[in-house]
Design a protein around this ligand. Sequence first.
Ligand SMILES: O=C(O)CCC(=O)C(=O)O
Length: 297
Amino acid sequence: MSKKLRSDVSLLFELVVKKAVALGIDETIVLLWFPNLQLFHGLAQIWLTNSELHLQPCTINMPVSIQNMFRPPVDCSMCRDVYQVDRVSAISVADFKKRYAYTGHPVVITDSTSNWTALKHFNFPFFKSLYSDDSPTLESIRQGCQFFPYDTEFKSLGEVFNMNAERALLKDKSKPWYIGWSNCDSSVANALRKHYERPYFLPADAESSKTDWVFMGSPGYGAHLHIDHVVNPSWQAQISGHKHWTLEPPPECSLDCRGLEVTVEPGEIIVLDTNWWFHKTLIVGEEISITIGSEYD
Ligand SMILES: O=C(O)CCC(=O)C(=O)O
């Protein structure tokens, strides 16, 4: 997810004092000098060398609309000759790397989950049982941990796991629901990984993100059309249910490229660069949809 910047004058002041003292400058001089310091070019230098800016959490979240506005334009060769989402099986790592891994061409791999026990074990009660009451993932948003309520009333994953069983298991169809979250609990990650493997087609030097993304919910629901700001492409395995994807090229490629549609079936994996393709999803069929996925570089 996008790195967030922290603007905090007191932290800046502390850093300036520390730097000055290290350089042998008297603290009082810094005190008198500090109000003017912000006008000088040197300020940026001190700030950047001391703050490890890229590691700082932000006090202000960058709105998605602003992130979209400043999105770097995409090279339209990623979609120019793409007329469909290929479905492939038994693909070699080399072939996957050449044709799909970093080209932006979306693909569905049909045979990568055959020995995963996730297809048998992952369901609503299983996910609920994995999280202890004090797990950070159950709270709304923590650093490196996100929750997407889509059109539901839920404010956190904790609230989702507290819904009544009839609704959760879609026996009561009067209140459909669809949510997504990134797991930020390492013990849960270990438990999940007992049931799935790194997809066989990923290049050996492609590092997989440690964060799993789970999307779960009712037919008729899904994610609205959007583009992500997550840097890397990702794979998503359809554990149960059927998910229809609508992909649109970014506006700068709309004359060169066309939109694509594909339905991902249980056991299949879609590989997609969600930073390049606008995408929306719709759960089709009758069953609850459960997916797990991750980014790779
Ligand atoms: O799986 C879904 O329904 C949505 C996934 C998505 O929007 C994403 O990965 O950015």
